[in-house]
Design a protein around this ligand. Structure first.
Ligand SMILES: [Zn+2]
Length: 210
């Protein structure tokens, strides 16, 4: 886990958002390889092993899966996610993570991969996170997000973690969330843009004639 990305991680337990406190046991080139993230709100502790941050309640081996990397798909992702510079970071959920290393070889944007196939490992530019579903990132933290079909709650948390005007890519099996404006689609995926953050309460003042 790239040390600079720790600021963007959030405890998945439902409570107010708070930064996590990192305790590194072993670092390599500004990446935490072994250590712990602690939540100051609920006191939960999350291990970092082999560079992977594990937010799962019942950590354990990840089912062995393999998804082939695909240079053409990685190139499309770079364009659709608009990763033209090294600013901020982008997030790949689920099977999109299989393209992380190919993508990291063509863009400078740091990548966070959440629940990638088991054989995707962390590397400079690629930080791996395991979750129980919801994306454990601060609201509006990510510049762009490739969403997988992981259920409504996960999709909502992914959109919430994407900044205003940030690109969102998803397979066509995911319907376009209300906060996202669709820009284009083909038979495999759609790309959209996250709208500006909306205030939670919008009141309409209607003047009544008496
Ligand atoms: Zn917590």
């Amino acid at each position: 886990m790239f040390i600079e990305l720790v600021d963007a991680l959030r405890c998945p337990v439902p409570h107010e958002e708070s930064w996590l406190v990192a305790a590194a046991v072993r670092m390599e080139a500004r990446h935490i390889v072994e250590g712990t993230l602690g939540c100051p709100v609920c006191s939960a502790e999350y291990p970092i092993r082999d560079g992977v941050v594990d937010f799962r309640r019942d950590g354990g081996p990840v089912a062995t899966t393999h998804v082939a990397s695909d240079a053409e798909l990685a190139m499309r992702l770079a364009a659709l996610l608009n990763l033209a510079d090294a600013q901020g970071f982008a997030v790949l959920l689920g099977e999109w993570g299989a393209q992380a290393h190919e993508l990291a070889s063509i863009v400078e944007t740091p990548l966070v991969v959440v629940d990638p196939p088991a054989d995707v490992v962390g590397a400079p530019g690629v930080s791996v996170v395991r979750s129980d579903g919801d994306v454990p990132l601060a609201s509006g933290a990510a510049r762009a997000m490739a969403i997988d079909d992981g259920g409504d709650s996960r999709v909502a948390s992914a959109v919430r973690a994407t900044r205003a005007k940030g690109r969102v890519v998803a397979p066509v099996s995911v319907s376009v969330p209300a906060e996202v404006t669709e820009l284009a689609r083909d038979d495999r995926m759609w790309v959209g843009e996250r709208g500006a953050a909306v205030s939670p309460l919008v009141s309409l003042h209607v003047r009544r004639s008496t």
